[in-house]
Every structure is written in structure tokens, then in C-alpha cells.
Ligand binder design. Structure first.
Ligand SMILES: Cc1cc2nc3c(=O)[nH]c(=O)nc-3n(C[C@H](O)[C@H](O)[C@H](O)COP(=O)(O)OP(=O)(O)OC[C@H]3O[C@@H](n4cnc5c(N)ncnc54)[C@H](O)[C@@H]3O)c2cc1C
Length: 500
């Protein structure tokens, strides 16, 4: 293997693959190190019996449809990735079900508003105002970022009126300002689980951006599962001259005079480089790869004061019947038990049965997702790692099966007959996520995205070490597919400037 590279990227998750491909595409000599044998981090798939499951992706934003393409599609096109992937438009944004409501939201701004206004006519004006505000806020947020980067003097309340009034509010505060009906509040709140905090805590501007990203362009899934996206990244990376080592992680980042000089691999090779983009978590990059003693104290304090975000329990199930046999005809379903979202989040700190979950019916949107006459579904519940750490190893399998059984009990209320059709089942906990991706706590969104750790306050893509950058859910813009690929672009652009 070559011993000298312009840049070394640590980790082939979405942030890492995006940064590596960006740098290779712009002519740099790049080495991508991935500890796992399969690329993608969370963006990967696995087989059980005759089923192949997506480890993560439910819904992808930023792609759009032909004639109405999104920013992410354009970026993937530039990288040479888009042409290698087939995107499947989803027919619905989501279906939300609780004890009192069952509402399906179409994947379009105007139709989403019309559906909600039709279902909650007394609140129709509020619904229109709320959605108009979210559009404005999402637009302001992009402007605020640009202004903060270019000319802080442009950051005036007059330039960004929606952000100035609502930018520091939670989604719960904004939602409750516009709506009185508790069922309507439940119907517009499912994306809390896409961001990792309940309405009382999640920033309004992040929820607005999430709505905007999913409604401005059509939400999609990927033909061939999320592994197809990761494989496309690696093909495009290799085509641009990039070198990848799977099953070989980075053990240490070597510094000289406070700047990156080399990376030591798991195989004890020393690779000379002046630039490292780390897709590994920020805490483990700083403590394990750089070394605590080398990290400025102020930065360590910033890292340590943040909370590690939530993880998931996932139940992957292959059914011996088509999706409609159990009523699973909508791709993305949010089940809120008794409309207790805040409690659902509190329960994520325990091993009690979850008070809400996502139920994703992949074969409903892509009949080729599972063998003919079958269905692949995944149930996902929010869960923090802490209670799982406390389970003694000999009780772990029982504990996760008990948790999964409770999820089946709950899902059966809305998808009757589910259990009678089970062919294969696999259960993953936060510990599984941690094992496969190396993320502390098995978190899927990096640090919890509180107001104090989102938007302009999130740890940036540039580290305090000269030549070291971050591209992952832990940094800007935050957790999720589109955002992590964007973080790769942001870190890659900074690294490129450094190299030039
Ligand atoms: C069940 C589930 C459902 C989800 N659904 C969605 C969804 O529908 N839409 C959406 O937008 N997002 C979704 N997400 C979130 C999304 O998957 C993540 O936010 C995103 O994939 C994280 O990407 P990342 O770049 O941070 O890298 P990660 O996926 O965290 O990967 C990091 C990579 O770095 C490697 N690594 C770590 N340390 C080293 C080292 N020292 N040397 C070499 N390699 C190393 C790891 O092996 C891993 O491959 C979901 C996640 C889960 C788990």
C-alpha cells in the first residue's frame, strides 16, 4: 500500500464516504479506512433467511423526482453517485396512528396542508399559518448559516424575521401557539423521532427544516436498499482514484506541533498525511485517536458537556405474506400510544415497553424489496444505551426478546395477524448499533440535538487540531442521511482549502 496521501478519511459511513468521494473527485489522493468489512456504517443492509433488511433508512430527503430534483441529488450527481442509484418515490409522507386518530399525510406541501385542514377544519387557518411559517423558517435558517459564514453583519432580525422570532423556540412551543386540538398536535409531531428529542425539547427550526426537506422534494427510498447507495459511493470513489481499505480501521492520528502528520492503521502501518477527515464519533476521535492530552481543554469541555443522543431498538421481521395481508400498505407509520410522545421519550431511558414506535413496511413501497408473496417490515423504538449497559450478559438475549415481544403486542393492535406470519425475526439494540458503527451509546444522531447543540451552536466540522475535520452525525448539520452527506461536503470543502 502507498504510504503517503493528501487526505485520509476515517470511517465509511455516509459522512466519511461523502468527504472521501468529494476530495477524490476534486483530484486529491485519498485513503478511506473502514473498520467494518461492509461499507456504509448505518447505511448498510444484512440478510436473514431469504430476506435482506435495511439496517436504517426509512425515508430519504433532498433527492426529489425527475424535473424537481433536490440539492442532495445535485451533489450526488457531481460525485458520480446519483447515476448509479435508483430512487423510489414514496406515495405518502407518513401515516400517524394513535388511540384516536389515523391520518395519512401526502408527500407535498399543499396536499399535506389540505389533508390536515380537512381532518381538523376548525384549525384550518392555524394549519396554513403554521406551515407557511415553517417554510419561511427553513429558508431563513439557510440564510442565517450563509450570513454567519460570510458576513456576520448581515445577521439582523430584519433580514431573518422568522428566525429572529422563532429560531430559539422548541417545536412544542410553536405547535402549541398555533393549535389547540391535541389530536392535531399528535398528527404533526411524528418527526420528533427523526430528530431524537420530543416536541418540548426539539428546536422548532430543525423540525421546520425536516418538514421542508421532505415536502419540498418528494421523499424517496432506494432500489436495492441503502447498501446500494453505499456501494455506489465506493464505486464513484474508486473511479476517481480513491483507495479503500475495508476491515482496517485507524488506531491513532499522529500530530506534530499541533497539526496532523500521519495516521496509524489497525495493522500498525503509518500513513503520512496532512489532512484527516474523521467519520468516527467526535468523542472517540478526540479521546482514542488524537489522545486526551493533545486536545485543548476548552474543546474537551465542549465535547464532554454535550449529551450522547438516542439510539434505537429495531425489530426486523420477514413475513410469509404480502404487506396488505396484515394491513401494512403504507411505507412509514408512526404509532403514538395514547398520544404520549413526551412519555415515549422518557421511556427510552428505561427497558419498559415503548410508548410509541415506527413501523416501516418496505415491501409496500417497493414490491421487489422482499421475495414474491412476502413482506419485510421493521419496527423501531427510541432507546438510550444506558439501561442496556446494566443488563448482565446472561440476561441480554431474554431482555431484548421481551422488549421485542412488547413491540409486537403493540403493533398487533394496528396490524392484526402480524405474529401469525413471522418467518424470520432479528432484534437489534443500542448495543448492536454501537458494536457495528463504534458510535458511543449506539447513537444514530451524534449528540442530542437540543437548542444548545443544534444549528449555529453544534460543534463545527473543523476540529481544534490543524488538518483534522469531522464529517458525521456528530457535527454540522446534524444526524440523518441528507445531513451526514452534507457534513461530508462541508468537511471535504474545508479540507480541500487546507490542501490548496
Ligand atoms: C434504525 C435507524 C433508522 C434510521 N432512519 C433514518 C431515515 O429514515 N432517514 C435518515 O435520514 N436517517 C435515518 N437514520 C439515521 C442515519 O442512519 C444516521 O444519522 C447516519 O447514517 C449516520 O452516518 P455517519 O456519517 O454519522 O456514520 P455512521 O453510520 O455512524 O458510520 C461511522 C463509520 O465509521 C466507522 N469507524 C468508526 N471508528 C473507526 C475507526 N477508528 N477506523 C475506521 N472506521 C471507523 C464505523 O465502522 C462506521 O462504518 C436511521 C438510523 C437508524 C439506526
Amino acid at each position: 500500500m502507498e504510504k503517503k496521501f493528501d487526505a485520509v478519511v476515517i470511517g465509511a459511513g455516509l459522512g466519511g464516504m461523502s468527504a472521501a468521494t468529494f476530495l477524490a473527485r476534486t483530484g486529491k489522493k485519498v485513503l478511506l479506512l473502514e473498520r467494518h468489512h461492509v461499507p456504509g456504517g448505518y447505511a448498510s443492509s444484512f440478510r436473514r433467511g431469504r430476506f435482506e433488511f435495511d439496517a436504517s433508512l426509512h425515508v430519504l430527503s433532498g433527492i426529489g423526482v425527475p424535473g424537481k430534483r433536490g440539492r442532495l441529488f445535485e451533489y450526488l450527481d457531481f460525485l458520480g453517485v446519483a447515476s448509479r442509484v435508483e430512487f423510489i418515490p414514496l406515495n405518502e409522507l407518513y401515516r400517524v396512528i394513535d388511540d384516536r386518530i389515523d391520518v395519512t399525510i401526502p408527500p407535498d406541501w399543499e396536499e399535506a396542508i389540505a389533508t390536515l385542514a380537512g381532518r381538523f377544519p376548525r384549525e384550518a387557518d392555524g394549519i396554513r399559518d403554521f406551515f407557511a411559517l415553517m417554510k419561511e423558517l427553513a429558508r431563513d435558517l439557510s440564510g442565517v448559516f450563509m450570513a454567519a459564514k460570510k458576513r456576520a453583519a448581515d445577521l439582523t432580525p430584519e433580514s431573518f424575521p422568522a428566525f429572529s422570532r422563532w429560531g430559539m423556540k422548541t417545536y412544542g412551543e410553536a405547535r402549541d401557539h398555533f393549535f389547540r386540538d391535541e389530536d392535531l398536535k399528535s398528527a404533526v409531531s411524528p418527526f420528533w423521532s427523526y430528530l431524537g428529542l420530543p416536541p418540548s425539547k426539539v428546536p422548532f427550526h430543525m423540525m421546520a427544516s425536516c418538514w421542508d426537506a421532505l415536502l419540498k422534494q418528494h421523499p424517496v427510498h432506494i432500489r436495492g436498499r441503502n447498501q446500494a447507495l453505499s456501494s455506489a459511493f465506493l464505486e464513484a470513489f474508486a473511479e476517481s482514484g480513491g483507495e479503500i481499505r475495508l476491515g482496517c480501521g485507524a488506531r491513532r492520528i499522529v500530530l506534530k506541533d499541533g497539526a496532523v502528520r500521519a495516521v496509524i492503521t489497525d495493522e500498525e502501518e503509518e500513513v503520512e498525511t496532512k489532512v484527516v477527515v474523521s467519520n468516527a464519533s467526535i468523542p472517540s476521535t478526540m479521546s482514542d485517536l488524537v489522545g486526551i492530552g493533545q486536545v485543548p481543554e476548552a474543546y474537551s469541555r465542549q465535547v464532554n458537556s454535550r449529551q450522547i443522543g438516542f439510539s434505537t431498538v429495531n425489530v426486523y421481521a420477514g413475513l410469509d405474506c404480502p404487506p396488505d395481508a396484515v394491513g401494512a400498505t403504507t411505507h412509514e407509520n408512526f404509532i403514538h400510544f395514547g398520544n404520549r410522545i413526551e412519555e415515549a421519550w422518557q421511556t427510552a431511558f428505561t427497558l419498559e415497553p415503548p410508548k410509541g414506535m415506527l413501523f416501516t413496511s418496505y415491501t409496500a413501497s417497493d414490491p421487489e424489496f422482499s421475495p414474491p408473496g412476502t413482506a419485510a417490515i421493521v419496527m423501531t423504538a427510541a432507546s438510550y444505551a444506558r439501561p442496556w449497559y446494566l443488563v448482565p450478559p446472561e440476561r441480554y438475549v431474554d431482555e431484548k426478546n421481551t422488549f421485542a415481544a412488547a413491540m409486537f403486542d403493540q403493533a398487533e393492535q394496528y396490524f392484526p395477524g402480524l405474529r401469525d406470519h413471522l418467518e424470520v425475526v432479528e432484534v437489534a439494540t443500542p448495543l448492536t448499533n454501537m458494536r457495528y458503527t463504534g458510535n458511543p451509546g449506539g447513537t444514530i444522531y451524534g449528540f442530542d440535538q437540543y437548542l444548545s447543540d443544534s444549528g449555529l451552536f453544534r460543534l463545527g466540522n473543523r476540529s481544534p487540531v490543524d488538518g483534522l475535520y469531522f464529517a458525521s452525525a456528530w457535527t454540522l448539520p446534524g444526524g440523518g442521511y441528507q445531513t451526514c452527506m452534507t457534513s461530508g461536503f462541508l468537511a471535504g470543502s474545508m479540507a480541500l482549502k487546507n490542501l490548496q
